[in-house]
Design a protein around this ligand. Structure first.
Ligand code: C2O
Ligand code: CU
Ligand code: CU
Length: 433
């Protein structure tokens, strides 16, 4: 609703029962729904007020992943909501058009909370994006797909019970879900569809492709449109990452979306296999819609004005909880690791000394990738990002600008978005002051 010039969203977090499999009620957590939350839509520049009500019997938080907001409104581990309480942050939506999301971020509980269903999507539009000829009719030619996988027990429940492997590699399942549904079929009249895809899994990476290996185009990364559509036959999304894609259905043939599913330890263990995600079935062949040649003006990454910081990702011991570190430290809720001066543009370089994949996420900012092992980023990674995959032995340099909001006390997080790594302490915090 709109009240006093603000767009107000009421988000009620509650235990639920959801039917993933016919006639089986699975215990879940949802937001205004039994499993997952709504897809919120807002326009850049609007003032948002989020009323987050916690009806659970335990504390929780809700974090606006990818949004540039004051630390007090961020919804990280320092904005815990007690059972029965409502948290109502307000902030200006200072984003480019794109696909953002929100999810639980309670200290040591991000894994179980998201696994149970505590997540939703925020679609942001702006005038720049509206000026480009793109599909944008929600539910007709523009679809939001939250991809996750889950493991069900014999009773059809999805308990969050971590075994040794899950602790090491992250929680994974063998059943693919799209917006909480197994293997949906989408019939459409649109010759060109836009898919806003979120990897909302705990610990699974998805190598997305179509069964006929058709070419599709990526048009946006985490934080907004790319300079031009990037043609591809496959796209890897790490936990937390988003991609927007255009898929040409004008030929009238059904398109089966598939995912090669793998975990953080893919270098040692290989992939878990290829799974069907969902099918797109055009009702008829239509005249092919033209793809725009260019999307938005993407300026080069801003010049550095501040510090260079190095982050080393490491693993000590094998398979024990809490073995993942950043600069040899595990997360400490009471320790702020460093402070960034408000207004600074910095360079952060992430080096992975572990044999595992780590998708690193930084709150407050949309950053730009400068280089991967010294090489400039590929076109689909050259835009606005908030989560970046760091492979074993890679060193990835980012450029980040810290503007608008400062807080001498309340920090922002940076962490691995494999939620089991985050919960085990692969996280740090910084203030902007
Ligand atoms: Cu999507 Cu700190 O998280
Ligand atoms: Cu975030
Ligand atoms: Cu990790």
């Amino acid at each position: 609703s709109i009240e006093q010039g603000r767009r107000v969203f009421d988000l009620l977090v509650a235990n639920g029962l959801h039917e993933f499999h016919d006639e089986t009620a699975t215990e879940t957590i949802g937001i205004n729904a039994p499993f997952l939350g709504p897809i919120l839509s807002a326009h850049a520049g609007e003032k948002l007020r989020m009323n987050v009500g916690n009806t659970l019997a335990e504390p929780m938080t809700l974090h606006w992943h990818g949004l540039h907001v004051p630390a007090a409104a961020d919804g990280g581990p320092h904005q815990s909501i007690a059972p029965g309480e409502t948290w109502s942050p307000e902030f200006d939506l200072m984003q480019k058009a794109g696909t953002f999301w929100f999810h639980g971020h309670q200290h040591r509980k991000a894994g179980p909370h998201v696994w149970a269903g505590m997540a939703g999507v925020i679609r942001v539009e702006d005038d720049e994006e509206t000026a480009v000829a793109l599909p944008r009719t929600h539910g007709e030619d523009d679809f939001t797909l939250v991809l996750q996988d889950r493991r069900f027990d014999a009773a059809g429940q999805m308990p969050y019970a971590l075994n040794m492997h899950d602790r090491m590699a992250g929680m994974q399942g063998d059943v693919m879900l799209v917006n909480g549904q197994i293997g949906p079929l989408l019939e459409t009249d649109a010759p060109l569809v836009r898919l806003r895809v979120l990897n909302g899994s705990n610990g699974s990476f998805y190598g997305l492709h179509f069964s006929d290996n058709r070419t599709f185009h990526q048009i946006a990364s985490d934080g907004g449109l790319l300079a031009a559509p990037v043609a591809m036959q496959g796209s890897v999304l790490s936990p937390g990452e988003r991609g927007e894609f255009l898929v040409d259905l004008s030929g009238g043939e059904a398109a089966q979306l598939r995912a090669e599913v793998f975990g953080a330890e893919v270098m040692m263990m290989g992939t878990a296999g290829t799974r069907d995600v969902m099918e797109f079935r055009p009702r008829a062949a239509r005249r092919a819609a033209a793809l725009p040649d260019t999307l938005v003006e993407l300026p080069p990454p801003p010049e550095a004005t501040g510090e260079e910081r190095d982050f080393s990702l490491a693993m000590t011991g094998m398979g024990m909880m809490g073995d993942f570190t950043i600069n040899n430290r595990r997360f400490d809720h009471d320790r702020v690791d460093f402070s960034v001066p408000l207004g600074a543009t910095e360079t952060w370089t992430w080096t992975n000394t572990t044999p595992m994949l780590h998708p690193m996420h930084i709150h407050d900012v949309q950053f730009r990738i400068l280089s991967r092992n010294g090489q400039p980023p590929a076109a689909h990674e050259a835009g606005h990002k908030d989560t970046v995959l760091i492979r074993p032995e890679e060193s990835v340099a980012l450029r980040l600008s810290f503007a608008d909001y400062s807080d001498p006390v309340l920090p922002y997080m940076y962490h691995c978005h494999i939620l089991e790594h985050e919960d085990a302490g692969m996280m740090g915090q910084f203030t902007v002051a």
